[in-house]
Design a protein around this ligand. Structure first.
Ligand SMILES: [Zn+2]
Length: 423
């Protein structure tokens, strides 16, 4: 089995979800902690020293050889950092996140062999970074770890976030053996990042063959930008009541309003070119078969290349929800959980990545993506770039997400070439 596929095979069954299919690996769950142990062992096997940061992230350092008068911290300033996340969405694919981590490990092995053969001179340290809670599937805010590290997210707000069981992020950090008081902007970590390169499975149909008999195109692309996106919680408040004794005309049923809101979201987004709006999660309170709900929370994911269009679309959906709710005798309230404007990756770094890829993937295209990534958060503070590896199904955040073994190796080789040039 090939390098990257072999690494991923070792964790293929971790967090397998028999009910949803695919894998469920929320941050600090037993499954995600198993992946952290796997990563730590693989990094240690390559002689890297693994250290946690204050925001739930893991760093594996390939330090420069010691030099008199230079501390480790000094030698790590402006390092080349690569990596990706290990957590998943519920019932997700097994490549989203771990492909970037496994490719980074494989690339380090490759670079170490080049150094041993005298083909690589390193001018800076290299680290593999695994940020925590990229998907936001447990605490609701995507890229939680990287947003905390950069100072984009207030630690007090982050620590108070709760999961579905009412556990706070502070409690989860504590349970993982970390000190919640350390959460927040991390100047030392930021200083250590000179450039950040994240390899990730491509999450749309951009590299997939157009037809079954079509000639295969490039297996790897270089990221150009990330579509602006955000998450909003829309709560519809009604009157909880008995399903048997409450006459139809006496009801204030927020579920009926919610159903209309879901349809309104699709219609509103359909009228705006390039917009994407999704209701992928809906929670009735209290959620009983014979109970008219008192409240329904639904989560809106809205994305558009232009931030003002995203804001206008969310406002239009909110207005529509208020009207619909009033008609049903209910009310609607909207809370922003997170939002990130459209991010352009550093054009100089993107150019260097394209140049490095000429050896392995000479026709690598530049690709804008609709998915959020830690590299997008870091790109507001540091030169950051991404490599995307072909996903022949074009499906992601679902069990059908796939990467062929050969493509995974091409991706890791491309990453190694790029890192070698950047070192
Ligand atoms: Zn991902």
């Amino acid at each position: 089995m090939s390098g990257v596929a072999g690494l991923l095979a070792a964790i293929a069954d971790v967090g397998r979800d028999p009910r949803r299919g695919g894998v469920t690996r929320p941050v600090f769950s037993p499954a995600e902690r198993t992946l952290r142990e796997w990563f730590t062992a693989e990094a240690a096997a390559r002689g890297l020293s693994v250290e946690p940061d204050g925001n739930g992230g893991l760093w594996a350092w390939w330090d420069l050889p010691p030099r008199a008068g230079r501390t480790t911290a000094q030698a790590r300033r402006g390092a080349l950092v690569t990596g990706s996340h290990l957590d998943s969405v519920p019932g997700g694919g097994r490549f989203d996140g771990p492909l970037g981590v496994a490719s980074a490990l494989a690339a380090v092995s490759d670079l170490q062999a080049r150094e041993a053969a005298g083909q690589l001179t390193r001018n800076r340290a290299l680290a593999i970074l695994v940020p925590a809670e990229e998907e936001g599937s447990r605490f609701g805010v995507a890229c939680l770890g990287s947003r905390l590290m950069t100072g984009d997210l207030d630690p007090a707000r982050a620590l108070a976030l709760t999961d579905a069981d009412g556990t706070t992020f502070a409690e989860a950090l504590h349970a993982a053996g970390l000190d919640p008081a350390r959460a927040g902007r991390d100047p030392a970590a930021l200083d250590s990042i000179g450039d950040f390169v994240e390899l990730h499975v491509e999450q749309g149909r951009n590299l997939a063959p157009l037809a079954e008999d079509a000639a295969p195109g490039p297996a790897v692309a270089v990221g150009s930008s990330i579509l602006g996106h955000g998450r909003w919680r829309l709560s519809l408040h009604g009157q909880g009541n008995h399903a048997g004794t409450t006459l139809m005309e006496d009801r204030a049923d927020p579920m009926v309003a919610a159903a209309q809101v879901v349809l309104a979201v699709r219609k509103a987004a359909g009228q705006v070119p390039d917009a994407r709006a999704t209701v992928g999660r809906l929670e009735p309170v209290p959620g009983g078969t014979n109970v008219i709900a008192s409240r329904v929370d639904l989560w809106l994911d809205v994305r558009h290349p232009e931030d003002h269009v995203t804001a206008e679309l969310v406002q239009r959906i909110h207005g529509q929800a208020q009207k619909t709710a009033a008609f049903e005798g209910c009310t609607a309230s909207l809370t922003e959980e997170s939002s990130t404007g459209t991010v352009q990756f550093d054009p100089v770094l993107a150019g260097m990545l394209t140049e490095s890829l000429r050896r392995t993937v000479p026709d690598a295209p530049l690709l804008a993506t609709g998915a959020g990534h830690d590299a997008g958060v870091l790109a507001r503070h540091k030169p950051a770039g991404m490599l995307f590896v072909r996903n022949p199904t074009g499906i992601s955040h679902a069990p059908e997400e796939h990467v062929e073994d050969d493509d995974a190796d091409t991706g890791a080789a491309a990453l190694a070439d790029a890192l070698a040039d950047l070192l």
